[in-house]
Design a protein around this ligand. Structure first.
Ligand SMILES: [Zn+2]
Length: 231
């Protein structure tokens, strides 16, 4: 793999986090195609010694030119492809994005490529910026991330008997139909299913009623439990 060797290499992806050390060095947690989560350094970057413009902010998508030396990666250049500028002025959408970045930093393995996650993140951010309800987009992102990691619950069929589910009961990290989950709390999954599986264009800019938001908010914490399957 090219990033295991010394020298110049490139990566396409997004900045998830920026830390500035007391010495004024910038360290960026990036999620890059074919590389996975990776820390890259810009020595002296916060002291104005190195100028890369505003391109070391979290949420920046682009092509990163890196130099690898003694097991560290140094940032040489960023060619910004998408800065999600409008999203930065949308408070709820912005908070949602940063929660995703933290989650990705927590659940993804260092230097393990997870290329399926990049389009999930990109297109979820695109929906947020379009004005789609952050609660709905958050559910969509969460399920699609779990799916990319191979640990998403089925939203279509009962885990026990295979019956169709639009109303389900949470059991053993998955949904079962109301017959198999007899006695436990039933959840209407129809709005959640719509927000997870609809084409991008069908929910772009779409808002949710208070009732629909509450329906999604009752489902999402259950999905989040599945991240524990990674540990
Ligand atoms: Zn069943």
């Amino acid at each position: 793999m090219s990033d295991q060797r010394q020298g110049l290499h490139k990566g396409t992806g997004v900045i998830l986090k920026r830390d500035i050390s007391p010495e004024g060095n910038i360290n960026l947690l990036c999620l890059l195609r074919e590389k996975g989560p990776i820390w890259v350094s810009l020595p002296g970057g916060a002291k104005g010694k190195v100028r890369l413009g505003g391109s070391t902010e979290p949420m920046i998508w682009g092509e990163f030119s890196l130099h690898r030396s003694r097991s560290r990666d140094y940032l040489k250049e960023v060619e910004v492809k998408q800065d999600f500028w409008k999203l930065r002025s949308m408070p709820e959408a912005l908070m949602t994005s940063f929660r995703w970045f933290r989650l990705l930093g927590d659940v993804l393995l260092w230097r393990q490529p997870v290329d399926e996650v990049l389009p999930v993140l990109y297109w979820s951010m695109e929906l947020l910026e379009s004005g789609s309800d952050p609660i709905g987009v958050d559910l969509r992102f969460t399920w699609r991330l779990l799916n990319a990691l191979g640990i998403a619950p089925s939203m279509k069929n009962c885990d026990y008997c295979g019956a169709d589910i639009s109303c389900g009961v949470w059991r053993d990290n998955g949904f079962v139909c109301v017959n198999c989950g007899d006695g436990d709390k039933k959840l209407d999954l129809s709005i959640s299913i719509l927000w997870i599986f609809s084409p991008q264009s069908a929910i772009r800019g779409k808002k949710l009623s208070l009732e629909a938001r509450n329906s999604i908010l009752s489902v999402k914490p259950l999905l989040v439990e599945n991240f524990k399957l990674l540990s």
